[in-house]
Design a protein around this ligand. Structure first.
Ligand code: 26W
Length: 819
């Protein structure tokens, strides 16, 4: 049937009275509350339902348009989508923010306050998950048929509390009151198989055929979340899978007469989508994790192939109709899974199936750190996915044969590129599988891609010279500028018009304004208001007073040794020592803000959190530095916290060991919000320097090449210690309990890792130039006109870091769906 024009009560989303009627209707009929006795949360849910209604018709229209256009579809497979709250973003994207603000005022409510009651969808760890969310926003804004597939975790990222300075993890039950944005689809249900065994049986035509039988099955049920593009025209879909027990359990109960046991097993299988692994540091090889990976891959591929309408076409058309992007190796079991479906379920010959597979998939690598690369023991793989292991062996055999023919006599090469690592127990190297099974492999910044090609994947770069491409990450300007920083957004729109929201390169027009004193004053006023706002939040929530006039120096990101929060602290301690020694004349008052979660089992990172808090306490109690230096650790850093902090940042700390941060995206968010970066030549910092100009960024430290060389010559940690008195003092203070008088050797492990265990992250090597660079920061900050000028130029030249640009590049260079 055709949808009638007038099915919905909101005929004009700009008409306040019809919005109000819809809102009250929702409150009464969907929430079941009498408007005279409602709580704030009821209003939030009522409002969210009204907004979802507005999205739903556009969402159906978008789906219909894609169907009719028969456009090539892009599927973004990711274990993580770090979405954050949706209300404010949806309202701004569909252009009804101000209208709803009025409606709520009418019933005595404040929209911003109401928005705070939304639980955030924290279905990700950090950069990789947030990138996926930014790309969904851009896909929809660019009107591309792009669909996210992931897992509907009951528990997303843990919430972090700080007790006595230590991180304590708490489960975050974000679905407690239900998720108003999602549509549960109990009818969209697929069977996912595990375990069992493989039997060979001849086909009618005499060819060999494999069947995977006697499996233990779990069902995957879909939840759909609408993803509105800016302007509200296009609304795409994010489909998340939740595990449901299969009906087999009921049968089992019937057969065995053990009802309780059967229900227990049902719970067991539904545990599959219970929790996000909160670890982006080390691969742990846990069975449940591999099950999660295959679970969502299997359901997604079944769904993708169903929409491909195979009854109407040939599998050889798949790569023209479908592109599948693998967000890291986490979904890379999709490669043998598609092969299995083609070979075993549709009898496609191997060579054809392989050509289809490679042309369909592409893989994004997000890290070079060896401990984060996924490997699975062959034993576990065989147990859970026996048919997939067979297929992987066959892929490997054919690949190695070809390599042997092309590069005869190089046995080392064969071992190095094999999917199976034969050392230390046989293991499946998922990155090798992902590279071999994809037509494109991309790094996430220029340096990262270069290092990928020249270090960990250099053999593959030789074998597949055209396969590796670089696409520098991006961030969505909708959430990170238009929504998070309303003050700056308004100033920009008043100055250059509203077009920047979907064409961020237009920010370049602000460059000329940097030379105008009046514009600088207005820009400074916005930053100052943002700083005051953050200071008031910190006062309210943490009961800490910070000086809004001090320099806001911020490092917010996951806690990781390679990100070097410890280096930042060494600067803080050095600064403290200088202040106490009476050297305050060239130093500006600073507030140093940290935020970030550590993986629950990552002891070193957790100890750094404790050290930050201990240092903060000592400095906070010392009246000699009052008003000159303050350290704040903001607990539970997440997307909402990030949106509060980004607009107030003046100095953006991007100080990872060169060669270790694949890209970084917080660096881009801060630059576009008018912060100046202090950073190493790492990840996308290099591109930021290129775009904003080297005069408008503070670069320090060794380059990746220099570190490499230094390591080859033998790294002497003690030399740095003895050669720099201030460094020695700072380290001695930490290791002798100056900040932990109650437990003097609390931080000994941190100091040992620097002095006795080789300082893997070159903190000592970069200390001196970091301190010198921080001195320059102070000098510049004293000249507030010049500082402001540089900050404006950072905004003006950050347009390239829009995720719209990044997604366009994927569309052109990888998916072949140019815009
Ligand atoms: C298997 C354990 C595990 C889980 C997640 C290992 C590694 C990860 C991710 C790849 C970690 C991650 O989020 N990487 C970050 O990706 C961002 C988006 O590309 C980059 O900006 C960051 O530099 C990179 O650290």
């Amino acid at each position: 049937m055709t949808v009638p024009e007038d099915i919905y009560e909101i005929t004009n989303p700009k008409d306040i009275s019809s919005l109000k009627r819809a809102l009250v209707n929702r409150l009464i009929y969907s929430i079941g509350k009498d408007p005279v006795e409602t709580q704030e949360r009821d209003w939030f849910f009522a409002l969210a339902y009204v907004v979802r209604d507005l999205l739903t018709l556009r969402w159906m229209e978008s789906m219909r348009r894609y169907y009719l256009q028969d456009a090539k579809r892009v599927y973004y497979l990711s274990m993580e989508f770090l979405i954050g709250r949706a209300l404010g973003n949806s309202l701004l994207n569909i252009g009804c923010y101000d209208e709803f603000k009025l409606v709520l005022e009418d019933v005595g409510l404040d929209l911003e306050e109401l928005a705070e009651t939304e639980e955030e969808a924290a279905l990700g760890n950090g950069g990789l998950g947030r990138l996926a969310a930014c790309y969904l926003d851009s896909l929809a804004t660019l009107r591309l048929p792009g669909f996210g597939y992931g897992i509907h975790y009951d528990y997303g990222m843990f919430s972090q509390r700080i007790e006595d300075g230590y991180q304590i993890e708490h489960p975050e039950n974000w679905l407690r009151y239900g998720n108003p944005w999602e549509f549960p689809r109990p009818d969209v249900l697929y069977r996912v198989q595990f375990r069992g065994h493989v039997v060979e049986c001849p086909n009618a035509d005499g060819k060999r055929r494999y069947r995977w039988i006697d499996t233990e099955d779990v069902m995957a049920m879909a939840y759909d979340i609408p993803v509105p593009g800016y302007g509200g025209e296009t609304v795409n879909n994010l489909r998340l899978w939740a595990a449901k027990a299969s009906r087999d359990f009921e049968l089992k109960y019937f057969n065995e007469g053990n009802y309780i046991k059967a229900v227990e097993e049902k719970t067991q299988s539904e545990n599959l989508s219970k929790v996000l692994y909160p670890d982006d540091t080390t691969q742990m090889g846990r069975e449940l994790r591999l099950k999660q990976e295959y679970f969502f891959v299997s359901a997604s591929l079944q769904d993708i192939l169903k929409k491909f309408r195979i009854d109407q076409r040939d599998f050889s058309d798949l790569p023209q109709e479908v592109a599948i992007q693998l967000n890291d190796t986490h979904p890379s079991v999709a490669i043998p899974e598609l092969m299995r479906i083609l070979l075993d379920e549709h009898q496609v010959p191997w060579d054809d199936a392989w050509a289809i597979t490679v042309r369909t998939f592409s893989y994004t690598n997000h890290t070079l750190l060896p401990e984060a690369l996924e490997v699975w023991s062959v034993r576990l793989f065989e147990e859970l996915l026996p048919r997939h292991l067979q297929i992987i062996y066959e892929i490997n055999h054919r690949f190695l044969t070809e390599v042997g023919e092309r590069f005869p006599g190089d046995m080392g090469l064969i071992q190095r590129v094999s999917i199976i690592d034969e050392e230390r127990g046989k293991r499946v190297r998922m990155a090798h599988l992902a590279i071999i099974g994809s037509h494109k492999v991309n790094g996430v910044a220029a340096l990262h891609t270069r290092l990928m090609r020249t270090t960990i994947f250099r053999d593959f770069a030789r074998i597949f010279p055209d396969r590796f491409v670089s696409i520098t990450n991006g961030i969505t300007p909708r959430r990170w500028l238009n929504q998070a920083n309303r003050g700056l957004a308004k100033l920009i729109t008043e100055t250059i018009g509203p077009g920047w929201v979907t064409d961020l390169e237009r920010l370049r027009q602000l460059a000329a304004m940097a030379d105008e004193a009046e514009f600088r004053a207005r820009f400074r006023a916005v930053k100052s208001a943002n700083k005051q706002h953050l200071a008031s939040l910190i006062a309210k929530r943490l009961n800490i007073g910070i000086d809004p006039a001090s320099l806001f120096d911020v490092q917010i990101k996951r806690m990781h040794e390679y990100k070097r929060q410890l280096l930042n602290l060494l600067h803080v301690i050095t600064r403290y020592n200088r202040l106490r020694a009476g050297l305050s004349q060239d130093m500006v008052p600073r507030t140093v803000i940290f935020g970030g979660k550590a993986a629950p089992g990552y002891h070193a990172a957790k100890l750094v959190i404790k050290l930050i808090n201990d240092v903060s306490k000592v400095i906070g109690r010392d009246s000699t530095v009052a008003g000159l230096l303050k350290v704040v650790f903001v607990p539970d850093y997440n997307v909402s916290r990030a949106m509060e902090i980004m607009p107030a940042v003046e100095l953006s700390e991007q100080i990872s060991t060169a060669g270790m941060e694949a890209s970084g995206t917080g660096n881009m968010k801060m630059a576009v919000n008018g912060a100046i970066t202090i950073g190493t030549l790492d990840g996308a910092n290099i591109e930021i320097r290129e775009k904003v100009g080297e005069k408008n960024i503070f670069i320090f430290g060794h380059t990746a090449e220099q570190l490499d060389e230094m390591r080859r010559g033998g790294y002497d940690a003690w030399r740095f210690y003895y050669d720099n008195e201030e460094l020695k003092l700072a380290l001695d203070m930490i290791s002798t309990g100056y900040f932990s008088p109650d437990e003097q050797d609390r931080f000994k492990p941190l100091i040992d890792s620097l002095l006795r265990e080789g300082d893997r992250f070159a903190i000592l090597a970069d200390y001196e130039s970091y301190i010198a660079c921080q001195e320059e920061v102070d000098r510049l900050y004293l000249d507030s006109e010049t500082w402001t000028r540089k900050a404006i130029l950072n905004v003006a030249h950050s347009g390239w870091f829009s995720s719209d640009r990044a997604v366009r590049e994927y569309a052109e260079r990888i998916w072949n769906t140019p815009i």
